[in-house]
Design a protein around this ligand. Structure first.
Ligand code: ZN
Length: 472
């Protein structure tokens, strides 16, 4: 009896002693596998557990003639637990090799998961570098609503573009592809001479690198969710400038779209300044646009600092994508369920822009929508009331009209309850207090009541979460 008790005590004590010794000498670290997803309610396998990325250095060489991409991704991350292995999200392409901390690592692939097993376990808190070399012809990723992301190319190689939202980025670089893990980026792209390569942030250098090729080095110093990363390759016409407060402007337009784009792109600086006055300082050091040929994509996207457009955009669309720089890009959703924090805000920004530029008031628009007349809005087509914006029925509906229009109506209902002064203070406070971070719907509802001092439960119950068609 006695010696059995002793044995029971001795075993854990011995284990503790081994663990302590290992910790002191660094001889053996106890790691376990990182999770293969972060349990997003709509994309459970997106993202990975056990680490957070600090920086991506992507070095890409692309040849539009044959569609081949050669990539090296160096991912600097911090381990959140002891790790015996960890995953990256990656789809298609061939992995040629993986190194962790400069040492060859074993890896295997199943579905969109690239599992990396470093030679030695990683310690909790350790900052480590993973290098992935890869190549092949990247492909489009079809998302649950049928739209295409990933790597989109034209027949004949006129252009290629990498886009993400929601989970397309895994089609062109390995990473922790969930909006909850934001990082800084260096994206360097080498293309044949005559092509431009455009990406997020600031162009640090553009140089000839021999063999008839040009290298473009882009840097994003502010954190970015990976679904907002982009690379566009094409024979773009580039114009540069500055906004009145000194934000640098870089706009790239596909051949044939210059004339139709000129007027609206000329208003980008003014829109950024209007946004700064309305939502607080523009969050990034650069801004711009990438206008692709029409029908290149099925949508425009708020890729950070440089939204992409399929063909010359109209004023509402540019304003919408620029508003996302505050709402979506700087303040990013915690999960894909929080999409209305992106789309409702960007849509309401269009309403605000219109009412402050001689157009119809947000109140008029709200009333018309409520009465079933969405013709005041050139973009709304489906039923805004089909489901509550804070809980789309499934992943195929996170970009549907209720997320945009009923989301905007939620904001208008708040404005009706609290008045203009508190409402605009709320928008600015929200953007400032969550700058470069992530936020959920629950974070927003709590924040709105705290900031305005007004109880808004009825608005949440009826407009944000309630099934059925709100009456008022
Ligand atoms: Zn949007």
């Amino acid at each position: 009896m006695e010696h059995r008790t002793l044995a029971r005590l001795a075993a854990p004590a011995l284990a503790l002693l081994i663990a302590l010794t290992a910790g002191c000498t660094g001889a053996t670290v106890q790691g376990r596998p990182g999770a293969s997803g972060v349990r997003d309610p709509y994309f459970p396998r997106a993202g990975n557990g056990g680490y957070e990325v600090e920086h991506y250095a992507l070095d890409l060489a692309y040849d539009p003639a044959d569609g081949e991409l050669h990539g090296t991704a160096v991912i600097t991350a911090r381990a959140g637990q002891g790790l015996s292995s960890f995953n990256l999200d990656f789809s298609g392409l061939k992995v040629e090799g993986v190194e962790v901390q400069g040492v060859g690592a074993r890896f295997n692939r199943t579905g969109n998961e690239l599992t990396v097993r470093p030679a030695g376990d990683l310690r909790k808190g350790e900052v480590f570098r993973t290098r992935v070399d890869y190549s092949g012809r990247p492909k489009a990723v079809v998302d649950p609503d049928g739209s295409k992301e990933g790597w989109i190319t034209a027949e004949g190689g006129d252009y290629a573009v990498g886009v993400g939202e929601p989970v397309g980025s895994m089609g062109w670089f390995p990473g922790n592809h969930h909006p909850g893990d934001k990082a800084t980026y260096d994206i360097t792209v080498t293309v044949p001479r005559g092509y431009e390569a455009v990406s997020n942030g600031e162009l640090r250098s553009r140089r000839d690198v021999g063999e008839g090729r040009t290298e473009f080095a882009w840097r994003s110093v502010e954190p970015m969710a990976s679904y907002l990363a982009t690379v566009a390759v094409g024979k773009f016409k580039v114009t540069t400038g500055k906004t009145s407060s000194g934000v640098s402007v870089y706009q790239a337009v596909a051949p044939g779209e210059e004339e139709a784009s000129r007027g609206v792109l000329a208003r980008v600086p003014e829109m950024v300044e209007w946004g700064s006055a309305t939502f607080g300082p523009y969050p990034f050091g650069t801004v711009g646009s990438i206008v692709l040929p029409p029908r290149s994509l099925g949508y425009a996207l708020e890729t950070q600092t440089k939204p992409v457009y399929p063909g010359a955009p109209d004023e509402d669309l540019v304003l919408h994508e620029l508003a996302h720089q505050w709402f979506g890009d700087s303040v990013s959703p915690k999960t894909w369920k929080d999409m209305w924090l992106n789309e409702g805000f960007a849509t309401y920004a269009e309403w605000l822009w219109a009412e402050s530029h001689g157009g119809v008031s947000a109140q008029r628009r709200f009333e018309a929508f409520l009465a079933g007349d969405t013709s005041v809005d050139g973009h709304a087509d489906a039923d805004w009331a089909a489901f509550p914006p804070a809980s789309p029925p499934d992943a195929a509906h996170i970009s549907d009209d209720p997320v945009y229009y009923r989301g905007a109506m939620v904001l208008h209902r708040i404005r009706q309850e609290v008045g203009d002064a508190k409402f605009f203070d709320l928008l600015r406070g929200w953007a400032a207090d969550h700058r470069y971070g992530n936020a959920s719907t629950a974070d927003f509802t709590a924040y709105a009541e705290r900031r305005t001092g007004v109880g808004l439960k009825k608005v949440w119950d009826v407009w944000l979460y309630g099934e059925g068609r709100p009456k008022a």
